[in-house]
Write a protein that binds this ligand. Structure first.
Ligand SMILES: Cc1cc2nc3c(=O)[nH]c(=O)nc-3n(C[C@H](O)[C@H](O)[C@H](O)COP(=O)(O)OP(=O)(O)OC[C@H]3O[C@@H](n4cnc5c(N)ncnc54)[C@H](O)[C@@H]3O)c2cc1C
Ligand code: FES
Ligand code: FES
Length: 468
């Protein structure tokens, strides 16, 4: 096949000659839909935001905002996309556009279509109480001239969609299902299988293929480093990687679920992950980014990794030979190297149950939201009375791989959970790993932050409870 079909602003389109590395943004702009802008091409500014129609849990459709600069067009066969132009036009402004206009929420206008789209995603969120607007839904959108106050005012002034609003009504019908795709082009091959067996067969034949999940890392490589893959295998159409289930032993989270989807479906049942989500990039990124992708990069500063280490998670690897489980603490073998073999993909992550009753996540970065960690610390603590039955501490940003703070854990295990023990353990934590001096933080600062994180966990989360 050399073409794919998708619906843009309600109009079915056939895209011919699709190349595996063409982004949705570039294709939309070539089509004349230049409302979506390129500000950064790396997921940071939100000027390129568009809505995509995705399945909601109840058989209906959810309209989610994504960065079109990071989405590959080839991965959208059968999809439905709405751009700022599809929301309204001069003379018939969408309520979001109207509020932005009347409240002075736009000056040069470069960022405005992106804000319009992110605000529309929140406007149409099915469980949004009409009088509320989650301002963090705009955390992935930057404005360089208006200032955020009038934009926030516009968002907070919004009511809910009327009954005859076409997009509100669109939510009642089913979302499009992923279409199998196979493109062979001069630039390379692109596959979007719809079964795990199909994906594993392709991977066995092409072990060097790039696996594509949400594309929030791969899209940056494509745009800024001009990376090109001879073979790309998209994983978003595999139902086996999109499940989330519980049994007595563990909760299993599919590797290709977006972080927003994981957050919704866990609904607070894994509190440590719940602390992670709001600190992981922006809503725009979390609507695409996956746990499989975060593990796939094996970055020492991937934020889910210290959390999953503290949760004692296991990685489920699948290949044509079957499945195997690897303890996450033994998964990383060196800088961006893991025990995943050629021909294997990450199918899921398993978090053992029961969960440690007390936990905390500390991400130290230059900005509180939407920034890369200098250091990240996750703690999971189980007490027997006031004695530590087990403490697990995951660290990011202090070594070539995410690590467990084993020496600190040893100090804590079997000891009374009190200020004396915690201060002693925190001093040991200070010396864990081999933190570097770099442009984000000095080694000394990182070490101090490690110590501070454990003390913070003790004083903010447990001291009162244990003393009482
Ligand atoms: C603006 C911006 C902000 C960001 N902020 C953060 C942040 O705060 N914290 C953070 O940790 N990261 C952050 N990231 C990085 C990125 O969003 C995460 O690493 C994300 O989890 C990647 O998931 P993905 O599905 O988009 O991966 P993709 O880009 O699709 O893939 C990433 C890598 O993983 C591999 N891969 C994907 N799925 C699998 C699988 N199932 N099995 C094996 N390999 C696989 C791919 O081949 C690729 O090498 C940010 C990125 C951007 C652009
Ligand atoms: S162009 Fe900046 S996020 Fe896409
Ligand atoms: S209005 Fe100019 S960047 Fe936002």
């Amino acid at each position: 096949m050399d073409s794919i079909t998708l619906t843009v602003n309600g109009v079915p389109r056939e895209a011919h000659g699709v190349q595996p590395h063409t982004t949705l943004l570039n294709w939309l702009r070539d089509l004349g839909l230049t409302g979506s802008k390129e500000g950064c091409a790396e997921g940071e500014c939100g000027a390129c935001a568009v809505l995509v129609a995705r399945p909601a849990g109840d058989g209906g459709t959810r309209l989610e905002s994504v960065n079109s600069c990071l989405v590959l067009l080839a991965a959208l066969n059968g999809a439905e996309v709405v751009t700022a132009e599809g929301l309204g036009a001069p003379g018939r402004l969408h309520p979001v556009q109207r509020e932005l206009a009347v409240r002075g929420g736009s000056q040069c206008g470069y960022c405005t279509p992106g804000f319009v789209v992110s605000m529309a995603a929140e406007y149409y969120r099915e469980d949004r109480p009409e009088a509320e607007f989650d301002i963090h839904s705009l955390s992935g959108n930057l404005c360089r001239c208006t200032g955020y106050r009038p934009i926030g005012d516009a968002a907070l002034a919004l009511g809910g969609p009327s009954e005859d609003d076409p997009l509100a009504r669109r939510r009642e019908g089913p979302a499009p299902t992923p279409q199998a795709t196979h493109l062979t082009t001069p630039e390379g091959e692109f596959h979007r299988p719809t079964t795990l067996a199909g994906a594993l067969g392709l991977l066995a034949a092409q072990p060097g293929a790039v696996l594509l999940a949400g594309g929030t890392d791969w899209g940056v490589d494509v745009n800024l480093r001009h990376s090109r893959a001879a073979v790309t295998i998209a994983l978003d159409g595999l139902p086996e990687l999109r499940t989330l289930g519980w049994n007595a032993d563990h909760v299993e989270i599919g590797a290709a679920l977006s972080l927003s989807e994981v957050e919704r479906r866990l609904a607070g049942r894994v509190p440590l992950l719940d602390e992670l989500f709001p600190l992981f990039a922006s809503r725009l990124i979390r609507n695409s980014a996956t746990l499989g992708g975060n593990l796939g990069t094996a970055s020492p500063i991937g934020d889910s990794l210290p959390v999953l280490l503290a949760l004692d998670a296991r990685v489920v690897l699948a290949s044509r030979e079957g499945e195997r489980e690897v303890q996450l603490s033994a998964y990383f073998t060196g800088y961006r190297r893991t025990r995943r073999e050629p021909g294997e993909l990450i199918r899921a992550v398993r978090v053992p149950l029961p969960l440690a009753p007390r936990s905390g996540f500390y991400k130290i970065a230059k900005r509180r939201f939407d920034d890369i960690s200098s250091v990240a610390v996750a703690v999971a603590l189980d007490l027997d009375g006031d004695v530590v039955r087990s403490a697990r501490i995951g660290l990011g940003g202090v070594a070539a791989t995410p690590i467990r703070a084993l020496a600190t854990e040893e100090v804590l295990n079997g000891r009374p959970w009190n200020e004396r023990t915690v201060r002693e353990a925190a001093r040991v934590l200070r010396g864990e790993g081999t933190p570097l001096d770099d442009h984000r933080a000095s080694a000394a600062y990182r070490a101090a932050m490690l110590e501070g994180a454990l003390l913070k966990f003790y004083f903010e989360k447990t001291a009162r409870e244990v003393t009482l």
